[in-house]
Design a protein around this ligand. Structure first.
Ligand SMILES: Cc1ncc(COP(=O)(O)O)c(C=O)c1O
Length: 426
C-alpha cells in the first residue's frame, strides 16, 4: 500500500530546503515536523496526500469515509457529535452510562441532553438492545455506546444497530479501545455502526493522539470534516499523520503477525488460568485479572508487577488491566508470564462491590455546567448538584454527571476513586 504522507515527508526532509515556515524547530528536532506547506495538504480541507491516505484507511476498515484525528478519539467523538447535530438538528442522545468523559464534554458543548442506558456492571457495555429501545422517542438523534470497555467487555452492537435502524436513528460507537478490530472482522462498522471513533494509538503502531473517525456514509464526509475543524488544532501534527499513514501499510501487510499476537494473548490467558489466576472475560487485546481473587487489591498487585518489570494499563480495587497492541512481541508476553508466575497466590479478598450509581437528575448537564458553581470538598458535598466533570483517569468515566444530585453513596464512591474536590451548583 502506498504511503503518500510518509513519502512527502521523506522527500522534504532530504531536500535541504531552507524552512521559512512554521514550526519553530525548523526540522532540527525532527525533519518530519512540518505544517501545511505547499504540497503537504491540509487536514480539514484535504484533497492531496492526506485525503489519499485517509482513503487508504477507509478501504482497510471498510468505511464509507475515514477522517484522521490528531487529537485522539476525544476529537473524533467531538466531531461525531457535532456531525450528528448538523445532520439531525435534534438534541438528545441515548448513551451507555459508563462513557468516557469526552462524550459528556461534547454534549455539554453542543447542547445535547443525554438519556442514560444502564449496563449490569460497573464500566460495562452490556446494555440490552430492548432497554435502549424503551428510551427512544421523537427527540432522539442517536444512540452512543462504548465498546470495547476498559475491562474489555463488548457490546452487542449488531442488536443495538438493528433497533437503531428500526427507528431510523444513527448508531455512534466509541471504539477507542478497538481499532485493532480492523484485523478481526468484527469492527463496529461491520456490525452496523454509522460512525465510530477509534484510537489508533491505543492498539495499533501509531503515535499518541492518532485516531480515526470512520463514517459508514461517505456523503457525510464534508460535514464531518467541518465538524472536526470546529474542535481540532489548526496545526495538526504531521508526525501523527505520518504514523497513521505508515499504519495503513502495517494493516495491509501485517495481518498474519497481528492475528498471531492475538492468538498468543489467548494462549497466555489459558496459561494464567492454569496457574490459578481468575480472568475477567475480555476482548482479545487485553487481559483483565481479578487480583482480589488472587489475594491482592488491583493497586497492590500493579505495584508488585511494576517492581518485577511490567506496567499495567489500569488497576483498581479488584482488577488489573493489561493492554496489548498488534506491535507487541511474543518476548513481552513471555516476560509477563514469568513475572505473573512469580507472584504468590494468597487467600482471596472480598473487595467492596462496585456500585452502579443512579443519581437523581435535577438539571441538564449543560445547565449545571454553565450555571454558577463553586468548588466543594467531596466529603461535604452530599445533597449538592454536580456541576463539573470529575473522574479518575484511567478510566476517565465520570461517576456523577453534571446536573445530578450527589447523594451519600456518590460521595463514598467518589472518595474511593480519589476525587477529593468537586464543582457543585451554587
Ligand atoms: C473508552 C474511551 N473513549 C475515548 C477515549 C479517548 O481517547 P483518546 O485518548 O484517543 O482521546 C478513551 C481514552 O482512554 C477511552 O478509554
Amino acid at each position: 500500500m502506498n504511503t503518500p504522507i510518509h513519502d512527502f515527508l521523506t522527500a522534504y526532509g532530504k531536500s535541504g530546503i531552507v524552512r521559512c515556515h512554521m514550526p519553530g524547530g525548523k526540522g532540527r528536532n525532527n525533519p518530519f515536523d512540518i505544517t501545511e506547506i505547499y504540497g503537504a495538504d491540509s487536514l480539514f480541507e484535504c484533497d492531496g496526500i492526506i485525503s489519499e491516505s485517509e482513503k487508504n484507511a477507509s478501504s482497510l476498515f471498510g468505511a464509507g469515509s475515514t477522517l484522521f484525528s490528531c487529537g485522539g478519539s476525544t476529537l473524533s467523538i467531538q466531531a461525531m457529535l457535532a456531525t450528528l447535530k448538523d445532520i439531525t438538528g435534534k438534541n438528545t442522545v441515548i448513551a451507555g452510562r459508563y462513557c468516557h468523559k469526552s462524550l459528556i464534554n461534547s454534549c455539554i458543548l453542543l447542547g445535547f441532553d443525554i438519556k442514560w442506558a444502564y449496563p449490569r456492571e460497573y464500566l460495562g457495555t452490556d446494555i440490552k438492545a430492548e432497554e435502549i429501545e424503551k428510551l427512544i422517542d421523537s427527540d432522539t438523534s442517536a444512540v452512543f455506546i462504548n465498546s470495547v470497555d476498559y475491562y474489555g467487555g463488548e457490546a452487542d452492537i449488531k442488536a443495538v444497530s438493528e433497533v437503531c435502524k428500526k427507528h431510523n436513528i444513527l448508531l455512534l460507537v466509541d471504539n477507542a479501545h478497538g481499532a485493532y478490530k480492523v484485523f478481526t472482522d468484527d469492527h463496529p462498522l461491520k456490525q452496523g455502526a454509522d460512525m465510530t471513533a477509534d484510537s489508533a494509538h491505543k492498539t495499533l503502531p501509531v503515535l499518541t493522539g492518532g485516531a480515526y473517525m470512520h463514517l459508514s456514509n461517505p456523503d457525510l464526509r464534508l460535514v464531518a470534516k467541518n465538524a472536526m475543524n470546529m474542535f481540532g488544532s489548526s496545526s495538526p501534527s504531521y508526525l501523527i499523520m505520518d504514523s497513521l499513514d505508515l499504519c495503513n501499510r502495517f494493516i495491509d501487510e501485517k495481518k498474519a503477525e497481528a492475528l498471531s499476537l492475538i492468538h498468543d494473548v489467548a494462549v497466555l490467558k489459558g496459561w494464567l488460568s492454569d496457574i490459578g489466576y481468575k480472568l475477567k472475560k475480555s476482548d482479545p487485546m487485553r487481559i483483565t485479572i481479578d487480583t482480589a481473587d488472587y489475594g491482592y487489591s488491583g493497586n497492590e498487585f500493579a505495584e508488585i508487577l511494576r517492581n518485577l518489570g511490567a506496567e499495567c494499563e489500569m488497576s483498581d480495587r479488584q482488577y488489573i488491566v493489561l493492554l496489548f497492541s498488534v506491535s507487541q512481541n511474543r518476548t513481552d508476553l513471555m516476560k509477563l508470564y514469568k513475572y505473573l508466575s512469580l507472584i504468590e497466590k494468597k487467600a482471596p479478598l472480598t473487595p467492596e462491590a462496585h456500585i452502579i450509581l443512579r443519581p437523581e437528575r435535577v438539571l441538564s448537564p449543560r445547565e449545571a455546567y454553565y450555571g454558577r458553581k463553586t468548588a466543594e470538598k467531596t466529603e461535604t458535598a452530599t445533597g449538592r448538584i454536580c456541576a463539573g466533570v470529575h473522574t479518575p483517569c484511567p478510566p476517565c468515566v465520570p461517576l456523577v454527571m453534571p446536573g445530578e444530585r450527589i447523594d451519600e453513596e456518590c460521595v463514598n464512591e467518589l472518595i474511593k476513586y480519589g476525587v477529593r474536590e468537586i464543582l457543585v451548583s451554587e
